[in-house]
Design a binder for this molecule. Structure first.
Ligand SMILES: [Zn+2]
Ligand SMILES: [Zn+2]
Length: 347
């Protein structure tokens, strides 16, 4: 069952399943170094995922205790979920960008109910209907955290990934490239070595969720209960970091989902075009004043709004907000003064 791909030049990928998720699996990458094998991402914290990871490693002669280090592209549980268990079994270090490490710490330390209160307040501000907010308030009354909220036990990293610098890996040249957008501390990792099959271009890129061959990654707001008014522009960050990745001229992209592919610049352009089209479409919708919630209801998703499950609606409205923030920054939309819940209109 275990699917391991040998990409050549001391790089393998292991398909680690994500339970009950349409994405299917995370591609955990294994990079040989002179001080031992290093993992790039680890997979979802789940027994079947763990068994698949260890079986995949064993099939290429690596025991879990041999792992020397873990490099994490971003804090999401399908990437960072098993990191703690890998560290326990091997003594490996875990490296992550400081902005995502801050999220891991915050999630671990937050009081029960803080997140629920934040989410309920935020959804009220964006115009969510009462029957959508009620379950959050009820869960908060019970003093609980939602069972589905992952990342509560996520491992605190012990190394920082510094943008632009080479990681301390014996015998390998792996440079961190900060690509905020999908998360504030997302990094891509550029293996600045000749392609083993001599594909034209400059090395290979471990792209995490930033650049995927057939999926446009979710870009919402950088959720921070302690700083609800942060004037960040995640979609602007994402588009900027996409352009930066496109200019690298890599020979091959090794993403964290789906499959490896060659034409990075072409895929970057597709995504830039996609977002431009989407922003233009939203401007048309904003001919009439809309709350972020109303905008989310009218946007195009992979299924009709009525069929989008509860949790995914929260993600969708966050995506609508990141687009609104981009349009406001571009001077193409504005919030109507005094509107409550906040209402936006094209200018
Ligand atoms: Zn992600
Ligand atoms: Zn992912």
């Amino acid at each position: 069952m275990t699917q391991v791909i040998n990409h050549g030049g001391g790089v393998h990928s292991i398909k680690v399943p994500i339970p009950d998720n349409p994405l299917g699996h995370t591609l955990v990458h294994l990079l040989d170094t002179d001080r031992g094998p290093v993992l790039i991402d680890t997979g979802w914290d789940d027994p079947e995922a763990w068994d698949t990871l260890t079986a995949g490693l064993a099939s290429v002669g690596v025991g879990i205790a041999d792992i020397h280090g873990v490099v994490i592209t971003h804090h999401h549980p399908d990437h960072h979920g098993l990191s703690g268990q890998v560290r326990e079994a091997s003594g490996a270090w875990i490296a992550m960008h400081a902005a995502d490490t801050a999220i891991v710490r915050r999630t671990r330390e937050s009081e029960p109910g803080t997140w629920l209160a934040y989410l309920a307040a935020k959804l009220t501000t964006v115009g969510a209907p009462e029957d959508h907010i009620a379950p959050l308030l009820a869960a908060r009354e019970k003093g609980g955290r939602m069972r589905t909220l992952p990342g509560l036990r996520a491992a605190v990293p012990d190394r920082e990934i510094v943008p632009g610098e080479l990681l301390d890996l014996a015998g390998r040249t792996l440079r961190a490239i900060w690509t905020p957008g999908h998360t504030p501390g997302h990094v891509c990792l550029h293996l600045e070595e000749d392609h083993p099959a001599s594909l034209p271009g400059r090395g290979r890129l471990f792209s995490g969720d930033h650049l995927l061959p057939g999926i446009s990654p979710h870009v919402g707001l950088y959720e921070d209960p302690d700083d609800a008014t942060a004037a960040t522009d995640p979609l602007g960050d994402y588009l900027d970091s996409l352009e930066r990745i496109g200019r690298l001229g890599v020979a091959e992209v090794l993403p964290a989902h789906q499959y490896a592919f060659a034409d990075a610049a072409g895929r970057v352009q597709e995504l830039l075009d996609h977002h431009e089209e989407r922003l233009t479409g939203l401007l048309a919708l904003l001919a009439e004043p809309l709350t972020p919630w109303q905008l989310a209801e009218r946007m195009e998703w992979n299924r009709p709004w009525e069929q989008i499950p509860y949790g995914s609606r929260n993600i969708a409205v966050s995506e609508a907000e990141s687009h609104l923030r981009r349009l406001v920054k571009l001077g193409r939309a504005e919030a109507l003064a005094g509107s409550d819940p906040v209402t936006y209109v094209a200018v």
